[in-house]
Design a protein around this ligand. Structure first.
Ligand code: SF4
Ligand code: SF4
Length: 213
C-alpha cells in the first residue's frame, strides 16, 4: 500500500510556519508546568506497595533458613519457567527438604504468581529494583543469593523481618478461610476480601457492605 503525503498545505500555514509556532507554544507551556521526571539517583520515587522487584527467599527468624517447604507450587505456576527446585524427602518424617532453589531473573516477567501462590510466604518480589550488572551470571539467583537478597532488603529499608508486609503475601479477593494457614496474616483492610471494592447496582461498594445487604 502506498502512503500518501499531504503536500498541499494551506497558504497561511506555509507563510507563518504555524506548525513551528505550535511546537514552540507547547515547549513554553511545559516550561511552567510541574516536572514529571526526577533527578535519579539523587532523588528516588516512592514505590507503591507491592511493586515487583528483586526476588528474595524469606528467612524464617526461628530457624534462620528459608521458609520454603518444597511444595513446588511456585515453579509449577511460573509462566516463564524460570524457577528450578530440587528437594529430598526424609525417610522417617516424609518431610521435604530443599536441596537447591534457583531463579533465573533474566527470564522472569515479574507477574508475581510465585509469591501469590506460595502457601507459607517463602518467596517474595521485594521493592528493590537496583540490581543492574555487566554479565548474566549475577541474575541466576541460587538459594544463598536469594536469602542474601532478603537480608539486604531488610537492612536497606531498615525493616523488621516479621513486620514486612507485601500485598501478594495475602491475595485479595479470597475470604480468609479459603487461604492456606500461612497466608492468614494481618494486612490493612483494603488488602483483604472484606475491604475489596466491587461493582454492585451501578456503584462501587466494599465486598463487606455488599455481603451485608
Ligand atoms: S514473578 Fe512470575 S515469572 Fe517471575 S519467577 Fe515469579 S512466577 Fe515466575
Ligand atoms: S511455593 Fe513457596 S514453599 Fe512452595 S516451593 Fe515455592 S517458595 Fe517453596
Amino acid at each position: 500500500m502506498r502512503i500518501k503525503y499531504d503536500t498541499k498545505k494551506k497558504l497561511a500555514e506555509q507563510i507563518f510556519l504555524l506548525e513551528i509556532l505550535k511546537g514552540l507554544w507547547l515547549t513554553l507551556r511545559r516550561l511552567f508546568s510541574r516536572s514529571v521526571t526526577i533527578q535519579y539517583p539523587k532523588e528516588r520515587k516512592e514505590l507503591f506497595p507491592g511493586f515487583r522487584g528483586k526476588h528474595a527467599l524469606i528467612r524464617d527468624p526461628e530457624t534462620n533458613q528459608a521458609k520454603c517447604v518444597a511444595c513446588m507450587r511456585c515453579s509449577s505456576v511460573c509462566p516463564a519457567r524460570c524457577i528450578s527446585i530440587r528437594y529430598s524427602v526424609d525417610e522417617k518424617t516424609r518431610a521435604r527438604k530443599v536441596d537447591s532453589y534457583e531463579i533465573n531473573a533474566l527470564r522472569c516477567i515479574f507477574c508475581g504468581y510465585c509469591e501469590e501462590v506460595c502457601p507459607v510466604n517463602a518467596i517474595v518480589l521485594t521493592e528493590d529494583y537496583e540490581y543492574s550488572d555487566y554479565t548474566r551470571q549475577p541474575f541466576h539467583f541460587d538459594m544463598e543469593r536469594l536469602l542474601k537478597n532478603w537480608d539486604e532488603f531488610l537492612e536497606k529499608n531498615n525493616l523488621e523481618p516479621d513486620k514486612y508486609l507485601n500485598p501478594f503475601l495475602r491475595p485479595r479477593g479470597l475470604p480468609l478461610g479459603e487461604l492456606p494457614a500461612g497466608k492468614r496474616i494481618d494486612v490493612p483492610e483494603e488488602w483483604t476480601y472484606e475491604g475489596q471494592v466491587i461493582w454492585k447496582d451501578g456503584k462501587a461498594v466494599s465486598a463487606k457492605e455488599a455481603a451485608s445487604n
